[in-house]
Design a protein around this ligand. Sequence first.
Ligand SMILES: O=C(O)CCC(=O)C(=O)O
Ligand SMILES: [Fe+2]
Length: 321
Amino acid sequence: MNSLPIIDIAPLYTDDPTAWQSIATQIDRACRDWGFFYIKGHPIPTQRVEAVLEHARRFFALPTAEKLRIDITQTKHHRGYGAIATEQLDPSKPGDLKETFDMGLHLLADHPDVLAEKPLRGSNRHPSAPGWEALMEQHYLDMQALAQTLLRAMTLALGIERDFFDTRFNEPASVLRMIHYPPRHTASSPEQQGAGAHTDYGCITLLYQDAAGGLQVHNVNGEWIDAPPVEGTFVVNLGDMMARWSNDCYRSTPHRVISPPGVDRYSMPFFAEPHPDTAIECLPGCQDQLHPAKYPPTTCAEFLLSRFADTYAYRREQEAG
Ligand SMILES: O=C(O)CCC(=O)C(=O)O
Ligand SMILES: [Fe+2]
């Protein structure tokens, strides 16, 4: 139990029901044992990831004042640049040694949710780099489609309608994030980590990591094991909303990033989250008399906002008005 499974999902891009069932079974096992696995055989080309990464490197190399033109702490809908230590994933440690760029579903000013000033809804705030916006908006849609393919496979194992997640991921709250981890020696103290130990908030996360390494994951005994970079793969992990939906049958597993010594690290998680109004409550097949629902029902937006308030000081201030 000391290395994460690698699942070839290419059969999910065929109409072969036996192959779908076989992949669904492998994913189900990995979700129950680990809450983490790698996927290969996905349709996102390496050149695409390289192009996005190149934009990330150039953006994070800009002067801080330039990046702060799209400061995430100046928005109510969580888009733009987060400077080093803006986020504190582990409350027992200093703010994280990383800087971030976040984008979501791009909604225009006349969208009903934006007119109603619903939280997390609004337009993206892109840097002005040529080619950035078109590439990132396309990448967001392609990552969303990949997440929904994996979710469709999970419906087979969970015994729920095939379109259960598809209907709930209409106009999703998903976030595509770029992260730059500066080298470890730039830490403000030995305690400062790239990303403090945490569980993800949402449904499923698809993570691209570059070759630097540094991601660690709890195994079933609560020991940290490395989740090293594997070329051509994404690391997939489940978040707390999926744990709630599945009554903890699917694990939302703690993980962290220890910034590697001497090198910069870049990663790109895609956090797949349903529509903000989606009810997050125990699935019928995941509870019975011996295993009643562990968590009270919530909604996607309510849950995400409470978790953002836990990890971002500016969010707490906004919530407090
Ligand atoms: O950068 C990584 O490898 C992991 C990042 C992560 O866990 C997160 O942003 O939630
Ligand atoms: Fe995470």
